[in-house]
Write a protein that binds this ligand. Structure first.
Ligand code: ADP
Ligand code: MG
Length: 630
């Protein structure tokens, strides 16, 4: 008997289905894209629980004739592609004819559709891909699909679904991305019977951004637009002052479709080089409109990844558009329309950029009057004040015994010229420093002062020591926080900070609630969208509170390791970094002295990220530098 089987169509369908329908959110996306492709002007999306029990997408598009409804659920059934030549010029979101087949293979589907101009419509139900019922019905023009019991016949897949909450937030994300990509289509999303968002569909990207991402997000955006031959770009990038702790707010669209692209991400972030702090990320909503021939959408079944045939041109377009938006903000101190970006050989922008002060010029009431959801009753937010002061004056270093000062070991010589020999001696003195810590020894030293508002200069014996005050202080705080057994001291914020979070972010906070509380963050849900931050660790400036939480979310999101200890360390890193004296600050000499002593005692050698905190130049190094000796 032959060992090779031909799979039954049913099994083949199930396997193919897995590629298209990963989770309920994929159903939301595919059904919305079909509605968009059908020329809908308004789409209502509804789901219950995490989407696996119930998803409904209703559109006012062109609908289907009864005979088309009958075959739409077959694999490779599509009205959008006829031959090979069509593949080059595809302009619709779908074209493989796979989605409906895949969805119906793993769920129960109900379809109600009426073609524009037809007298009556069609009602149809399917189970596991087979038509159960089909009849004529009265219904409005357009199409409604109801998908129930996703994965009911594939228990293995069902098992991999996350909590309802996580699946629901993926559904919201999927719907949001679809809606944001098509500002000309009005989308209403209803989750468990309550409206989650409503985009007006007036064709203006700024309306979609405001409705879908909120006022807080919108107010920090700079319009940007650029064009290079058949490549067009428009949209918004965030002001450098509004850098975020993660990349969750970077939205790129290619011909209306949400895409992921390392290329675009790098191009965007390059434009912020030297204006955004390391570890902060720009936000954007950018619409790229290349001619169809310039993109290959046929790369990934879910089609979030695209390939550009001319990567360099696309990169330059995005980079220059973002850069010129940022420069125009600098020139005008904000509120002014940027000139079209100067991409190489760029022609004037196709569409006039909206005014940068668009959002600022409208009040919440204006937006509410237009039917937008406004969830920021507080209006503009100022950095809040904290109760209590930073604990800089408290001795953070009780073990340091100033009396026992003797220069027991040389300062780690870190040569300016890196040589193998230098590296070795560094290791050796590190060992010496370890001894120092144990002895709490502090050498005689002279604090010379501070250079460039960052480096502390210290003379020790024959050696000039340079200390990165931020890195060293960060380490000291980190060590102290870590040593505090379990609970970190919290300070209540005088003015609490409201954080608008995505579903995914809210999930992370819930999952890590205990840890965050232990580390001094008091967060409380506020309404559907927001969290209120009531307290932060005592060391931290209240002005840093928001940024700290964003960074922590990024850390938690990226954290693959379930090890709670390393999550705790990661969060403490962020707290320490935010609490430490910063480069560019004027720092009190007493504080400089404390930091210097912590380094001199050998207690502090590397910042929590592993960078060295100090470098030293011996007399010999200096003499060589000035050619006193050779
Ligand atoms: P594709 O979108 O790749 O063509 P699908 O399986 O998603 O494949 O859909 C199959 C076909 O069903 C589409 O080509 C279209 O003709 C029809 N169809 C699906 N959804 C709708 C809708 N909401 N309105 C009108 N026609 C639709
Ligand atoms: Mg489709």
């Amino acid at each position: 008997m032959s060992e090779i089987n031909i799979l039954s169509p049913h099994v083949a369908d199930l396997i193919a289905a897995g590629e298209v329908v990963e989770r309920p959110a994929s159903v939301v996306k595919e059904l919305m894209e079909n509605a968009f492709d059908a020329g809908a002007r308004a789409v209502t999306v509804e789901f219950k629980d995490g989407g696996a029990t119930y998803i409904r997408v209703a559109d006012d598009g062109r609908g289907m004739a009864p005979e088309d409804a009958g075959i739409a659920f077959l694999r490779h059934a599509t009205s959008k592609l006829h031959d090979e030549a069509g593949l080059e010029a595809i302009g619709t979101m779908g074209f493989r004819g796979e989605a409906l087949a895949a969805i119906s293979a793993v769920s129960e589907v109900e379809l109600i559709t009426r073609r524009r101009g037809d007298e009556s419509g069609t009602y149809m139900t399917l189970e596991a891909g087979d038509i159960r019922e089909m009849r004529e019905t009265g219904c409005p023009e357009g199409t409604t699909m109801v998908v129930r019991s996703v994965f009911y016949n594939t228990p293995a897949r069902l098992k991999f679904l996350k909590s309802d909450r996580a699946e629901a937030s993926a559904c919201v994300q999927a719907a949001l991305r679809c809606a944001l990509g098509r500002p000309e289509i009005s989308v209403r999303l209803i989750r468990d019977g309550r409206e989650e968002f409503f985009s007006p569909g007036d064709g203006r990207p700024e309306s979609a951004v405001y409705a879908l991402l909120g006022r807080d997000f919108a107010k920090d955006l700079l319009p940007c637009a650029s064009e290079d031959g058949d490549l067009k770009l428009h949209g918004f990038v965030s002001s450098p002052s509004a850098g975020r702790g993660n990349r969750g707010a970077q939205f790129f669209f290619c011909n209306g479709r949400f895409i992921r692209s390392q290329l675009l991400q790098t191009a965007l972030e390059q434009a912020y080089k030297n204006t955004l702090l390391v570890g902060r990320f720009p936000a954007c909503v950018l619409y790229l409109e290349p001619s169809c021939a310039a993109v290959d959408v046929n790369v990934h079944p879910a089609k979030t990844e695209v390939k550009f045939s001319q990567e360099k041109r696309v990169f330059d377009l995005v980079y220059h558009a973002a850069l010129s938006a940022l420069q125009s903000e600098n020139r005008s101190g904000s509120a002014a329309a940027p000139a079209p970006a100067q991409a190489p050989a760029a022609a004037p922008a196709a569409r006039p950029a909206p005014r940068a002060d668009f959002y600022r010029s409208m009040s919440s009431a204006d937006f509410r009057a237009q039917g937008y959801r406004v969830s920021d009753p507080g209006g503009a937010r100022r950095p809040s004040e904290a109760v209590g002061l930073r604990s800089f004056d408290e001795p953070y270093q009780t073990r340091l015994d100033l009396a026992s000062a003797s220069f027991a070991a040389p300062i780690p010589p870190i040569s300016t010229e890196k040589s193998e020999k230098g590296d070795k001696s560094q290791t050796m003195s590190v060992e010496n420093s370890v001894q120092n810590v144990e002895n709490n020894a502090l050498p005689d030293y002279r604090l010379i002062g501070e250079a460039l508002k960052l480096y502390i200069l210290v003379e020790v014996g024959d050696t000039l020591l340079l200390i990165d005050k931020h890195a060293a202080h960060e380490r000291m705080i980190f060590d102290r926080l870590k040593a505090q057994d379990r609970r970190v001291m919290a300070q209540t914020l005088l003015e609490s900070v409201t954080l608008r979070l995505t579903d995914a972010e809210r999930e992370l906070i819930e999952e890590n609630a205990a840890l965050l509380e232990e580390l001094g963050f008091e967060l409380e849900p506020f309404g559907d969208e927001d969290y209120i931050l009531r307290a932060v660790p005592a060391d931290m400036e209240s002005a840093d509170a928001r940024a700290a939480v964003e960074e922590i979310l990024e850390t938690l999101r990226g954290g693959q390791s379930p090890d709670p200890k390393s999550a705790r360390d990661e969060i403490l890193h962020t707290v320490a970094c935010k609490a430490a004296v910063k480069a560019g600050w004027d720092t009190d000499p007493t504080e400089l002295r404390r930091v210097a002593e912590a380094v001199l005692s050998g207690q502090v050698r590397y910042c929590p990220h592993g960078r060295p905190v100090s470098a030293s130049l011996s007399r010999k190094d200096l003499d060589k530098l000035f050619k006193r000796i050779v």
